[in-house]
Design a protein around this ligand. Structure first.
Ligand SMILES: [Cu+2]
Length: 507
């Protein structure tokens, strides 16, 4: 913490120093030296014609390239700094290539000459640039593309090497620009193309560092200390928790072969990419262009790296994409879904999908809850306008928020149904112990609970550790469990939680 202001100062100096360089060179009559080379500009006889790259937003991928000859491809990419959803109720100021995280997917062909136009929105506060790992040249284009807000830079490169490459911002402080979402993928198709498949998807992982804990609501600032310590609050696919869950799930059909272009923006973590219930038929390890592995369960994807996986879908159901470092998947957001429709194949799979169904419904309850909350929020606005008596609605809102806390923090032990596990985790559904004493439950969440207790006539002697949630979340989750699964009770207020916290601090 103490070094933070000094560091900011130094980085600030560095950034303001860099800032001036390109503005001056942009005023010079000639283009910067990086784009002058004969291989990049002008007279390559093989380059025929000119086209504009189709850029797509994840999980979409531009169509395969059918051209048999190299051409000049113009890429237009705008950097914007935008507040968007990081998780339900949580917002973050993302820095983006093209308005979304990850940045636009760029697809070109080996041998193409790329004329890159990087624009930085006039609304941006920071200068930005781009380092494409597909570029052969100093900084991967970074020095030639440094762009102040309201400016545009242009540089060209020849795509010498096929492969799936990460691009990212490389402006100081680089870690922070990447941590704010400045990365994407560029596919350089080999001359002979990639084998045809039925569907292609674009999924990219990234770690995020916020001052507030996971799920803490509101606009969350970037946390430098957590980033340096490599302790992310969020690890997500495609820029937000639940970006590939529920209605946003990837869709495919039985019998199809899918290809996933998977990137890892980092800035810190290495991903153990896995699809629960599937085996990758082919892996193009580290995003190279050779399908060099078969029958892979989990493939490692370095920060600033990528992989291509292909698998055929034999059975219907929901398949869960995860970083198999599992707390990231279940506690930090690195979880997505592929929904496969079509006829059952009982010869391949009997249908007892314990894992898939369990995880699926858990995550879907989260997504459903988000929608309900949005509709309740707008209802509440209307209700306030029409009638000041909003007590009922606000309790319902608390319950929805509480359901989210429950699905993130409590369900693993007490089960999504609130039924607990006999002899191990006591039930919350119709629990006489829970409903008998509100303040005792508040205390249990603040301080933890251990030792023998009796719930509905059954004895439990386990340990519940104190849960890492704030007073608001405690009030909401207790309101939820005290009004679910057959329980009926009052809303628990944040003031009641604060009182108990103050009392127990004196004990
Ligand atoms: Cu940047």
């Amino acid at each position: 913490m103490k070094t933070y202001p000094i560091e900011t100062f130094v980085l600030g100096l560095l950034a303001s120093f860099l800032w001036f360089l390109p503005i001056h060179s942009a005023e010079a009559p000639a283009e910067s030296s990086a784009v002058k080379g004969p291989s990049a500009k002008g007279t390559d006889p093989q380059i025929q014609g000119e086209e504009r790259a189709i850029l797509t937003t994840a999980p979409e991928v531009p169509p395969p390239i059918t051209r048999k000859t190299p051409t000049k491809v113009i890429v237009d990419l705008e950097v914007t700094e935008v507040v968007k959803k990081l998780a339900d109720g949580v917002e973050y100021l993302f820095w983006t290539f093209g308005g979304e995280v990850p940045g636009k997917f760029i697809r070109i062909r080996e041998g193409d000459l790329v004329e890159f136009h990087l624009k930085n929105s006039p609304n941006s506060k920071m200068p930005h640039n781009i380092d494409l790992h597909a570029v052969t040249g100093p900084g991967g284009g970074a020095a030639s593309s440094f762009t102040a807000p309201g400016h545009e830079s242009q540089f060209s490169f020849k795509a010498l090497n096929p492969g799936l490459y990460v691009y990212h911002c490389a402006t100081a402080p680089v870690g922070m620009h990447v941590a704010n979402g400045m990365y994407g993928l560029i596919l350089v198709e080999p001359k002979e193309g990639l084998p045809p498949v039925d569907r292609e998807f674009y999924v990219m992982q990234g770690d995020f560092y916020t001052s507030g804990k996971f799920g803490e609501e509101g606009l969350q600032p970037f946390d430098q200390e957590r980033a340096v310590d490599e302790r992310p609050t969020y690890v997500v696919f495609n820029g937000s928790v639940n970006s590939l869950v529920g209605d946003n799930a990837l869709q495919a059909k039985v019998g199809e072969t899918v290809r996933v272009y998977f990137g890892n923006g980092g800035p810190n973590l290495v991903s153990s990419f896995h699809v629960i219930g599937e085996i990758f038929d082919h892996v193009y390890q580290e995003g190279g262009i050779v399908a060099n592995q078969r029958q892979v369960q989990t493939t490692i994807v370095p920060a600033g790296g990528s992989t291509i996986v292909e698998f055929k879908l034999e059975v219907p159901g929901t398949f869960i994409l995860v970083d198999h470092s599992l707390f990231r998947a279940f506690n930090k957001g690195a979880l997505g879904m592929l929904k496969v429709s079509g006829p059952e194949n009982l010869l391949v799979y009997s249908g007892k999908e314990v894992d898939a169904v369990y995880l699926g419904s858990q995550a879907e309850a989260g997504a459903g809850s988000e929608k309900k909350l949005a509709s309740l929020q707008s209802q509440m606005k209307e209700a306030i306008a029409a009638d000041p008596k909003i007590a009922g609605l606000s309790k319902e809102m608390q319950m929805e928020k509480g359901r989210r806390v429950y699905m993130q923090t409590c369900f693993a032990c007490h089960q999504p149904t609130g039924m607990g596990l006999p002899g191990v985790f006591p039930p919350l559904a119709k629990s006489d112990y829970l409903m008998a004493d509100r303040d005792r439950s508040i205390r249990a969440l603040i301080k933890g609970l251990s030792g023998p207790i009796t719930v509905n006539g059954k004895n439990f002697s386990g340990v519940m550790p104190p849960v890492a949630i704030n007073d608001d979340q405690i009030a909401n989750v207790l309101t939820y469990i005290r009004n679910s699964w057959g329980n009926t009770g009052d809303a628990v207020t944040i003031d009641q939680v604060r009182q108990v916290r103050a009392q127990s601090a004196h004990q």
